[in-house]
Design a protein around this ligand. Structure first.
Ligand code: SF4
Length: 54
C-alpha cells in the first residue's frame, strides 16, 4: 500500500499523483504556482504538478 509522501498532504484525488489510500501526494517534490503576478488569496495559488488521473 503506497502511503505517498506524508510531508505533502493533498485532497485532490483526481490527480494521478495522489496516494488514494491516504490524502497525500506520491511525489517527492511539487511545484506550487500562482495565477496572478501577486497572489492575494488562496484561490490565487495551485499545485503546478497536477496531472489528470486516467
Ligand atoms: S501533484 Fe499536486 S495535486 Fe497532484 S497529488 Fe500531488 S500535491 Fe496533489
Amino acid at each position: 500500500m503506497d502511503k505517498g509522501n506524508l510531508n505533502i498532504g493533498c485532497t485532490v484525488t483526481e490527480c494521478r499523483h495522489h496516494a488514494k489510500t491516504l490524502n497525500n501526494c506520491t511525489l517527492t517534490h511539487i511545484e506550487v504556482v500562482k495565477h496572478k503576478a501577486k497572489a492575494t488569496c488562496l484561490e490565487c495559488t495551485d499545485c503546478g504538478s497536477f496531472e489528470k488521473d486516467e
